[in-house]
Design a protein around this ligand. Structure first.
Ligand code: SF4
Length: 378
């Protein structure tokens, strides 16, 4: 347990790198805040939400999930296809394709704990981020096909239950599930009937529809949405989705209305609420600052935020353009024309610091920071 200290928040200077936003930054009165492991963010105990769902509500969710599969408008791509017969933009039908199921130690300390987070990596995605940091899973159909029941009942004991009982993990972490929400809902209901008792995490790009989040209401305990980019121009160019930012804004507001701010039990593990992730992108600090301001003003000043600095060029970034590649091959030299050159580098310390300062200036104060000592910290 951390020592509870009083934390007095002072007005902060707006960093010069977010100059155009300066006039809009609110003046902040000093306020008293508790640490994020103190009340009201400290829970005595937590019962997963799916265990409190009535059998009538569970049956309603089942029938709604099957209906969505028969005419899929569940994510903002709105393909309208019958997924028992064909596939839409996500290229996944009525089953799921699972790439990996295993305890995972690459998450935030409050999620992975000492035993890891029970992660289920779904293949494919409804976004097409050109810099995807996970593109071998999200852009390629790699993995094993499973029905929702098999996902719950994969080899006996069930996949989720196996993670719970053999892996001794702290939670079930569904990674990139936006395009398989009906199957996920059915599998959670199936696993609950077979003894699952761990909190469920929905680890999303935030490109979710409100109908999708409504289906998940009552089944998911923790939401981990990314908020990637703010502008339509960047979303169109880098995510291949013009409406990403508008969709993410609505999704994150709806998620917060469902589960509130991130709460922990006394062991330091997150059990319920919203944790927003933001990957700092090269040269896009001004968009990051807009996102931080939105979280403060439209979601919650107590929003728990992880500002991530591990961006690296991947997927299509830095690849030779096809035309340049052909010309270079003809001439027998290396292609010089590269794709997405503006993000073909790592982020600098200055860029990350700038985003952090913008978040603090906006009024956010609950961050996922590395421990200030050498030991493991929850
Ligand atoms: S989940 Fe897949 S099929 Fe359904 S609307 Fe989205 S992209 Fe289309």
């Amino acid at each position: 347990m951390q020592t509870v200290r009083r934390f007095v928040r002072r007005p902060r200077r707006v960093p010069s790198c977010v100059g155009p936003l300066r006039p809009q930054m609110p003046l902040q009165a000093p306020a008293r805040r508790a640490l994020h492991l103190a009340p009201p963010f400290l829970l005595d105990d937590h019962t997963p939400r799916y265990l409190t769902l009535s059998s009538v509500d569970a049956a309603r969710k089942r029938s709604r999930a099957y209906a969505h599969l028969r005419k899929c408008n569940l994510c903002p791509r709105r393909c309208g296809v019958n997924r028992y017969e064909t596939t839409g933009m996500c290229l996944i039908g009525d089953t799921v394709k699972v790439n990996v199921i295993a305890p995972h130690f690459g998450e935030e300390p409050c999620i992975q704990g000492h035993h890891g987070s029970g992660s289920v990596f779904f293949s494919m995605c409804n976004l097409r981020c050109v810099f995807c940091q996970n593109h071998d899973i999200a852009h390629q159909r790699n993995g094993q096909d499973m029905t929702p029941e098999e996902l719950g009942d994969w080899c006996v004991p069930a996949a989720y239950l196996k993670l719970q009982e053999v892996g001794n993990v702290h939670n079930i972490n569904l990674i990139t599930p936006e395009h398989v929400v009906p199957q996920v809902a059915l599998s959670i209901l199936h696993a609950r009937d077979n003894g699952l008792t761990l909190p469920v995490i929905y680890n999303t790009s935030a490109y979710d529809s409100l109908a999708s989040l409504e289906l998940l209401d009552g089944l998911v305990d923790i939401y981990l949405p990314d908020f990637k980019l703010w502008s339509t121009t960047s979303s169109r160019r880098l995510l291949k989705a013009d409406d990403y930012a508008a969709t993410a804004r609505e999704s994150i507001k709806a998620i917060h209305a469902q589960v509130g701010d991130l709460c922990f039990t006394a062991d330091g593990l997150a059990k319920k609420g919203l944790l927003v992730r933001h990957l700092v992108m090269p040269g896009l600090e001004a968009e990051s600052a807009q996102i931080m301001k939105f979280l403060t003003t439209d979601v919650s000043r107590d929003c728990f935020v992880h500002i991530m600095e591990q961006y690296h060029p991947d997927a299509y970034v830095g690849r030779p353009r096809a035309r340049a590649k052909r010309a270079a091959t003809d001439k027998g030299d290396n292609a010089s024309e590269r794709r997405y050159v503006e993000i073909n580098r790592a982020v600098t310390n200055e860029e990350t610091t700038c985003v952090r300062k913008a978040a603090e200036a906006a009024g956010l104060w609950r961050f996922c920071d590395p421990p200030r000592h050498d030991g493991f910290s929850l």
